[in-house]
Write a protein that binds this ligand. Sequence first.
Ligand SMILES: N[C@@H](CCC(=O)N[C@@H](CS)C(=O)NCC(=O)O)C(=O)O
Length: 210
Amino acid sequence: MKLYMVPLAPNPTKVMLYIAEREELGTQMGIEQIVVNTVKGRHKEPEHLARNPFGTVPALELDDGSYLVESLAIIQYLEDKFPDGKLISGTPEQKGHARDVERIVDLRLAGPMGAYGHAVNSPLGYPKDEQKAAQLETAMAAPLDYLEQLLGDDRPLLLGEQVSIADCTLAASLQFVRYVECDVFGERPRLRAWDERYRSRPAAQQVLKW
Ligand SMILES: N[C@@H](CCC(=O)N[C@@H](CS)C(=O)NCC(=O)O)C(=O)O
Protein backbone atom coordinates (compact mmCIF):
# COMPACT_ATOMS: atom_id res chain seq x y z
CA MET A 1 0.00 0.00 0.00
CA LYS A 2 1.05 3.58 -0.61
CA LEU A 3 0.00 6.65 1.33
CA TYR A 4 0.17 9.89 -0.65
CA MET A 5 0.66 12.61 1.89
CA VAL A 6 2.39 15.85 2.78
CA PRO A 7 3.90 16.62 6.19
CA LEU A 8 2.22 19.47 8.10
CA ALA A 9 -1.20 19.16 6.43
CA PRO A 10 -3.63 17.97 9.15
CA ASN A 11 -5.55 15.24 7.31
CA PRO A 12 -2.50 13.29 6.10
CA THR A 13 -0.81 13.87 9.47
CA LYS A 14 -3.77 12.33 11.28
CA VAL A 15 -3.33 9.13 9.22
CA MET A 16 0.47 9.21 9.63
CA LEU A 17 0.08 9.48 13.42
CA TYR A 18 -2.42 6.64 13.39
CA ILE A 19 0.01 4.41 11.44
CA ALA A 20 2.92 5.36 13.71
CA GLU A 21 0.86 4.63 16.86
CA ARG A 22 -0.17 1.23 15.47
CA GLU A 23 3.45 0.46 14.59
CA GLU A 24 4.52 1.42 18.13
CA LEU A 25 1.92 -1.08 19.34
CA GLY A 26 3.50 -3.76 17.17
CA THR A 27 1.57 -3.73 13.90
CA GLN A 28 3.86 -3.28 10.92
CA MET A 29 1.64 -2.21 8.03
CA GLY A 30 4.40 -1.81 5.44
CA ILE A 31 2.81 1.29 3.93
CA GLU A 32 5.10 3.35 1.73
CA GLN A 33 4.62 7.08 2.32
CA ILE A 34 5.00 9.31 -0.73
CA VAL A 35 5.06 13.12 -0.52
CA VAL A 36 2.83 15.06 -2.90
CA ASN A 37 4.31 18.54 -3.12
CA THR A 38 1.23 20.66 -2.51
CA VAL A 39 3.28 23.88 -2.39
CA LYS A 40 4.15 23.20 -6.04
CA GLY A 41 0.50 22.32 -6.73
CA ARG A 42 1.23 18.66 -7.54
CA HIS A 43 -2.04 17.62 -5.86
CA LYS A 44 -3.98 19.37 -8.64
CA GLU A 45 -2.02 17.77 -11.47
CA PRO A 46 -3.34 14.81 -13.52
CA GLU A 47 -1.05 12.29 -11.79
CA HIS A 48 -2.62 12.96 -8.39
CA LEU A 49 -6.12 13.66 -9.74
CA ALA A 50 -6.04 10.12 -11.13
CA ARG A 51 -5.62 8.93 -7.54
CA ASN A 52 -8.05 11.39 -6.03
CA PRO A 53 -10.38 13.43 -8.27
CA PHE A 54 -10.84 15.96 -5.46
CA GLY A 55 -7.14 16.86 -5.56
CA THR A 56 -6.57 16.47 -1.83
CA VAL A 57 -4.28 14.49 0.42
CA PRO A 58 -4.18 11.94 1.90
CA ALA A 59 -4.90 9.18 -0.60
CA LEU A 60 -4.23 5.55 0.20
CA GLU A 61 -3.50 3.22 -2.71
CA LEU A 62 -4.71 -0.26 -1.83
CA ASP A 63 -3.06 -3.45 -3.01
CA ASP A 64 -5.80 -3.92 -5.63
CA GLY A 65 -4.87 -0.52 -7.16
CA SER A 66 -7.95 1.32 -5.90
CA TYR A 67 -7.77 4.42 -3.68
CA LEU A 68 -9.32 5.68 -0.46
CA VAL A 69 -9.31 9.48 -0.23
CA GLU A 70 -10.96 10.31 3.11
CA SER A 71 -8.65 10.29 6.14
CA LEU A 72 -11.14 8.74 8.56
CA ALA A 73 -12.16 6.07 6.02
CA ILE A 74 -8.45 5.26 5.57
CA ILE A 75 -8.06 4.80 9.33
CA GLN A 76 -11.17 2.65 9.55
CA TYR A 77 -9.95 0.55 6.62
CA LEU A 78 -6.60 0.01 8.36
CA GLU A 79 -8.44 -0.98 11.56
CA ASP A 80 -10.26 -3.66 9.54
CA LYS A 81 -7.19 -4.70 7.59
CA PHE A 82 -4.98 -5.06 10.68
CA PRO A 83 -7.40 -6.09 13.41
CA ASP A 84 -4.82 -7.09 16.05
CA GLY A 85 -4.13 -4.15 18.35
CA LYS A 86 -6.76 -1.80 16.92
CA LEU A 87 -6.91 1.77 18.25
CA ILE A 88 -10.72 1.73 18.24
CA SER A 89 -11.27 -1.06 20.72
CA GLY A 90 -13.05 -2.04 23.92
CA THR A 91 -16.74 -2.06 24.70
CA PRO A 92 -19.30 -0.54 22.32
CA GLU A 93 -19.46 2.41 24.75
CA GLN A 94 -15.68 2.92 24.69
CA LYS A 95 -15.64 2.72 20.91
CA GLY A 96 -18.60 5.07 20.70
CA HIS A 97 -16.86 7.67 22.86
CA ALA A 98 -13.59 7.35 20.95
CA ARG A 99 -15.37 7.96 17.65
CA ASP A 100 -17.48 10.74 19.15
CA VAL A 101 -14.50 12.73 20.45
CA GLU A 102 -12.64 12.27 17.15
CA ARG A 103 -15.64 13.64 15.23
CA ILE A 104 -15.96 16.57 17.63
CA VAL A 105 -12.30 17.44 17.13
CA ASP A 106 -12.43 17.03 13.37
CA LEU A 107 -15.79 18.66 12.66
CA ARG A 108 -15.75 21.43 15.29
CA LEU A 109 -12.07 22.28 15.66
CA ALA A 110 -9.91 21.20 12.75
CA GLY A 111 -11.52 23.52 10.17
CA PRO A 112 -11.58 26.62 12.40
CA MET A 113 -8.00 25.94 13.55
CA GLY A 114 -6.74 25.83 9.97
CA ALA A 115 -8.67 28.95 9.03
CA TYR A 116 -7.43 30.69 12.19
CA GLY A 117 -3.82 29.94 11.29
CA HIS A 118 -4.36 31.49 7.86
CA ALA A 119 -6.17 34.52 9.30
CA VAL A 120 -3.37 35.22 11.77
CA ASN A 121 -0.16 34.19 10.02
CA SER A 122 -0.81 32.38 6.74
CA PRO A 123 2.09 30.30 5.39
CA LEU A 124 0.46 30.70 1.97
CA GLY A 125 0.65 34.48 2.28
CA TYR A 126 -3.07 35.16 2.75
CA PRO A 127 -3.71 38.63 4.19
CA LYS A 128 -4.16 38.92 7.95
CA ASP A 129 -7.81 39.16 8.95
CA GLU A 130 -8.33 40.17 12.59
CA GLN A 131 -12.11 40.13 12.39
CA LYS A 132 -12.18 36.59 11.02
CA ALA A 133 -9.59 35.50 13.60
CA ALA A 134 -11.83 36.84 16.40
CA GLN A 135 -14.88 35.01 14.97
CA LEU A 136 -12.89 31.79 14.76
CA GLU A 137 -11.68 32.17 18.35
CA THR A 138 -15.32 32.36 19.39
CA ALA A 139 -16.18 29.29 17.29
CA MET A 140 -13.31 27.29 18.79
CA ALA A 141 -14.17 28.11 22.41
CA ALA A 142 -16.94 25.51 22.90
CA PRO A 143 -15.02 22.49 21.52
CA LEU A 144 -11.84 23.56 23.34
CA ASP A 145 -13.79 23.93 26.59
CA TYR A 146 -15.31 20.50 25.98
CA LEU A 147 -11.86 18.93 25.67
CA GLU A 148 -10.56 20.80 28.71
CA GLN A 149 -13.47 19.41 30.72
CA LEU A 150 -12.91 15.91 29.32
CA LEU A 151 -9.36 16.01 30.70
CA GLY A 152 -10.69 17.14 34.08
CA ASP A 153 -10.40 13.66 35.62
CA ASP A 154 -6.63 13.69 35.04
CA ARG A 155 -6.73 11.16 32.22
CA PRO A 156 -3.42 11.33 30.33
CA LEU A 157 -4.93 11.10 26.85
CA LEU A 158 -8.27 12.18 25.39
CA LEU A 159 -9.99 8.86 25.96
CA GLY A 160 -8.04 7.72 29.00
CA GLU A 161 -4.88 5.67 29.28
CA GLN A 162 -4.87 4.34 25.72
CA VAL A 163 -4.10 6.42 22.68
CA SER A 164 -7.12 7.00 20.43
CA ILE A 165 -7.86 8.36 16.97
CA ALA A 166 -9.06 11.55 18.68
CA ASP A 167 -5.51 12.16 19.97
CA CYS A 168 -4.17 11.70 16.43
CA THR A 169 -6.72 14.10 14.89
CA LEU A 170 -6.19 16.80 17.50
CA ALA A 171 -2.38 16.58 17.40
CA ALA A 172 -2.45 16.79 13.59
CA SER A 173 -4.38 20.07 13.64
CA LEU A 174 -2.32 21.54 16.45
CA GLN A 175 0.87 21.00 14.47
CA PHE A 176 -0.37 23.48 11.86
CA VAL A 177 -1.28 26.00 14.57
CA ARG A 178 2.21 25.64 16.04
CA TYR A 179 3.82 26.02 12.61
CA VAL A 180 2.13 29.39 12.12
CA GLU A 181 3.15 30.37 15.67
CA CYS A 182 -0.38 30.72 17.03
CA ASP A 183 -1.73 29.60 20.39
CA VAL A 184 -5.32 28.43 20.60
CA PHE A 185 -5.24 26.99 24.13
CA GLY A 186 -5.80 30.20 26.09
CA GLU A 187 -6.49 29.48 29.78
CA ARG A 188 -6.87 25.74 29.33
CA PRO A 189 -3.99 24.20 31.25
CA ARG A 190 -5.11 20.57 30.93
CA LEU A 191 -5.27 20.80 27.16
CA ARG A 192 -1.89 22.49 27.09
CA ALA A 193 -0.47 19.68 29.25
CA TRP A 194 -2.13 17.04 27.05
CA ASP A 195 -0.42 18.62 24.01
CA GLU A 196 3.03 18.36 25.61
CA ARG A 197 2.34 14.83 26.80
CA TYR A 198 1.08 13.67 23.43
CA ARG A 199 4.04 15.22 21.60
CA SER A 200 6.48 13.31 23.80
CA ARG A 201 5.13 9.97 22.55
CA PRO A 202 7.48 8.09 20.21
CA ALA A 203 4.88 8.05 17.39
CA ALA A 204 4.42 11.80 17.64
CA GLN A 205 8.18 12.42 17.75
CA GLN A 206 8.53 10.39 14.61
CA VAL A 207 5.73 12.10 12.64
CA LEU A 208 5.40 15.66 13.89
CA LYS A 209 8.01 18.00 12.44
CA TRP A 210 6.82 21.17 14.17
N1 LIG B 1 -12.15 15.14 4.05
C1 LIG B 1 -10.81 14.95 3.57
C2 LIG B 1 -10.16 16.32 3.47
C3 LIG B 1 -8.80 16.24 2.79
C4 LIG B 1 -8.19 17.63 2.67
O1 LIG B 1 -8.90 18.65 2.54
N2 LIG B 1 -6.86 17.66 2.72
C5 LIG B 1 -6.17 18.92 2.63
C6 LIG B 1 -4.86 18.84 3.42
S1 LIG B 1 -5.17 18.74 5.14
C7 LIG B 1 -5.84 19.22 1.18
O2 LIG B 1 -5.44 18.34 0.45
N3 LIG B 1 -5.99 20.48 0.79
C8 LIG B 1 -5.64 20.91 -0.51
C9 LIG B 1 -6.81 21.39 -1.29
O3 LIG B 1 -7.97 21.26 -0.84
O4 LIG B 1 -6.58 21.91 -2.37
C10 LIG B 1 -10.05 14.04 4.54
O5 LIG B 1 -10.45 13.93 5.70
O6 LIG B 1 -9.08 13.39 4.12
